[in-house]
Design a protein around this ligand. Structure first.
Ligand code: PGA
Length: 319
């Protein structure tokens, strides 16, 4: 039967077997009924045994029919895998990856992208680092392949994959009276002036949530639009704040005191996000796989790279 049977015949037969109907199979494949009947007749001749029995309008498979339906599915699955592997190879050889990261993610996103580029030198990568509003606008217009952020948007239906821990730690200047305290309560923290990120910042929302759970609130003394400005204000003694530990990776040990405070670190995550329903590219999928494979080493990156402030390593920070 091999020399005469065509893939088209097997495809038609598989659809008939799945729907138990010639009509539904012809509709699915956009073929006329006579074409379907003719191809089925040829296939039956090739096999040399009936494949279906018609009882009224209903189609029943014979034993030969059931076996052929199974064989057809296996053949198509193998061909699909082959096609995917070709597409993957071509895509990874000369693909493009467009990434957008929210500002705070800029502390780790370039490093990850750099490591990925070394593994896949053929891929052209672009990274835009911007604020939440622009991330949402770009996502709504489907402009980038993947978005790296700390708070998956509620406004848009998305697929969000956690790729890394994002601990939010409380910081003070090293000479702050709290710097040496063994254990601070949220009430203690609430007595202090706070340096806060702008409204709408994921970090700020998380901090406010911890205090709100105990019916407390913090006193923002300054409101600043970036982590860098927040860190400068802390060092200037203008107040305390809480920030993603990733924003500290380039600082010298001891430059900030990480306070040992109730409710902190807040255990958040970084997410790679794309709009639900979007078929992500082979390259974007490869990057996502790479991020997941890095999940453990990315966490230790935080610990290895001078994450030692105010005499405490991250391991000492209470969970
Ligand atoms: P940020 O943090 O908004 O405070 O910069 C990133 C996020 O939580 O999405």
């Amino acid at each position: 039967m091999r020399h005469h049977t065509t893939f088209r015949q097997l495809e038609i037969f598989e659809a008939i077997a799945r729907h138990s109907s010639f009509t539904r199979a012809s509709e699915e494949l956009y073929l006329t009924q006579p074409t379907v009947s003719m191809q089925m007749k040829k296939l039956t001749d090739n096999v040399g045994a009936p494949l279906v029995e018609l009882v009224g309008k209903k189609v029943y498979l014979t034993e030969e029919g059931r076996e052929l339906a199974q064989a057809s599915r296996e053949i198509f699955a193998i061909l699909d895998r082959y096609a995917m592997s070709v597409a993957r190879r071509q895509g990874l050889e000369k693909g493009r990856l467009r990434l957008m990261a929210i500002t705070t993610a800029s502390y780790f996103a370039p490093r990850l992208l750099g490591d990925f580029s070394k593994l896949q030198p053929g891929i052209e990568v672009t990274l835009r680092v911007t604020n939440k509003g622009q991330v949402l606008a770009s996502m709504a217009d489907n402009l980038d392949d993947l978005y790296l952020l700390g708070t998956p948007p509620k406004e848009i239906d998305v697929v969000a994959t956690p790729i890394m821990d994002n601990p939010i730690v409380v910081l003070a200047a090293p000479d702050h009276p709290f710097a040496k305290a063994k254990k601070l309560s949220l009430q203690d923290l609430a007595t202090q002036p706070w340096v806060m990120r702008e409204a709408g910042s994921g970090t700020r929302t998380a901090i406010e949530g911890v205090f709100a759970e105990q019916g407390l609130s913090v006193r923002p003394r300054l409101e600043l639009g970036s982590n860098e400005a927040v860190k400068q204000a802390i060092l200037a003694g203008l107040g305390i704040s809480a920030i993603s530990s990733h924003a500290l990776t380039l600082h010298q040990p001891g430059q900030f005191a990480v306070l040992n405070a109730e409710g902190f670190p807040i255990h958040r995550h970084w997410y790679a996000v794309y709009p639900a329903g979007r078929q992500i590219s082979v390259v974007a999928q490869a990057f996502l796989d790479f991020l997941l494979s890095q999940r453990n080493s990315a966490a230790s990156f935080t610990l290895d790279n001078g994450a030692y402030w105010g005499g405490k390593t991250m391991q000492d920070v209470p969970a």
